[in-house]
Design a protein around this ligand. Structure first.
Ligand code: NDP
Length: 324
């Protein structure tokens, strides 16, 4: 496993990490969740990603039970939560980024995960109904109290993140260290264009999500309608409609040919491509089956195969390289 600094911070995060969205406490049995965490940890993964909103809090409960059972040295892993969407109940002050919900949501996440502190605490979305100042103060205080070690944002715009930085600097408060953006061969603009100044000016780290575009980039939907998949879940029709379109399938057919030429698989190529970007601190893997994780955990070996020429071929096939 390779370890990367989380931006300019001193924290070392494994280049591949494991997330629990849609899987833990929902799509998969707890036994499979445990097998996935075991496999990841044994491969050197040190970061497990979670959020109050995943499976209405159940994802944290499942992960917390596993962490407790494993009794791994607390300093050997990093665990996160994200505040914004609320857990099981969503009354007005049980969601968002007010000081009240940030404090109470974080305390509840700590209880569900059965840990004394979160290593990473994210604001899961920007909250248009709370001043950024209030959120920065609340995050600063949680860090001061030792409830969270580093705080960051997820799916905030560059200007919102900058505002948080300027406010923190002016008031000598702890500033955000990392952002969790979506990033994949099919979703590039934010990380490769909008955020460049954040990397340059503030040394932000990134923990990227949906590197396979929810499984689409594994190639399994090409010329097939596989059962028991994310796009087959009834509640996720919106996600399927967004990704499973002819234009994307055509691109992935060509990417599959390229993966064949490189003697690798589509999931590994797609994840290795994310790892090539030096502004990526860690790629968060998702898996509903141990065989999937077994495969994607070996993606680092594909990184050296992605030469400049291969990068250009990928740009040509996807057509997603941001215009400068
Ligand atoms: P991916 O885009 O990599 O999708 C993972 C899914 O793809 C798996 O659950 C599985 O779904 C399928 N898959 C994975 N590996 C393979 C394989 N080798 N072959 C075939 N299918 C495969 O990542 P996620 O969307 O799951 O995101 C990763 C993590 O990022 C999440 O767990 C979460 O922690 C975080 N996240 C954060 C968000 C945010 O707003 N901050 C939003 C979303 C995610 P299946 O088998 O069911 O088809």
């Amino acid at each position: 496993m390779e370890y990367r600094r989380l931006g300019k911070s001193g924290l070392k995060v494994s280049a591949l990490s494991l997330g629990s969205w849609l899987t833990f406490g929902n799509q998969i049995e707890d036994k499979v969740a445990e097998e996935l965490m075991d496999m990841a940890y044994d491969s050197g993964v040190n970061f497990f990603d979670n959020a109050e909103g995943y499976a209405g809090g159940k994802s944290e409960i499942v992960m917390g039970k596993i962490l407790k059972k494993k009794n791994w040295d607390r300093s050997s892993y990093i665990v996160s939560s994200k505040i914004y969407f609320g857990a099981e109940e969503k009354k007005p002050n049980m969601i968002g980024l007010s000081k009240k919900h940030i404090f109470e949501g974080t305390h509840n996440a700590l209880k569900r995960l059965q840990v004394d502190h979160l290593d990473l605490l994210f604001c899961h979305r920007p909250d248009p109904e709370t001043p950024i100042e209030e959120t920065v103060w609340a995050m600063h205080q949680l860090v001061q109290q030792g409830k969270a070690l580093y705080w960051g944002t997820s799916e905030w715009s560059a200007s919102e993140i900058m505002e948080a930085h300027y406010f923190a600097e002016k008031n000598h408060l702890v500033a955000p260290v990392m952002e969790q953006p979506q990033y994949s061969m099919l979703w590039r603009d934010k990380l490769e264009k909008e955020f460049l100044m954040l990397f340059r000016n503030f040394g932000m780290g990134t923990t990227i999500w949906s590197p396979l575009a929810s499984g689409l980039l594994s190639g399994k939907y090409n010329n097939a309608n596989p059962k028991d998949t994310r796009f087959g879940m009834e509640s996720l029709g919106w996600l399927k409609d967004r990704w499973l379109v002819e234009e994307n399938l055509k691109k992935i057919n060509q990417l599959k040919d390229l993966a064949d030429q490189l003697n690798t698989s589509m999931p590994k190529l797609a994840i290795a491509w994310c790892l090539k970007n030096p502004n990526v601190s860690t790629v968060i893997l998702g898996a509903s089956k141990t065989a999937q994780l077994k495969e994607t955990l070996t993606s680092l070996e594909v990184v050296p195969l992605i030469t400049d020429k291969v990068m250009e071929q990928i740009d040509q096939i996807t057509g997603t390289k941001p215009q400068t």
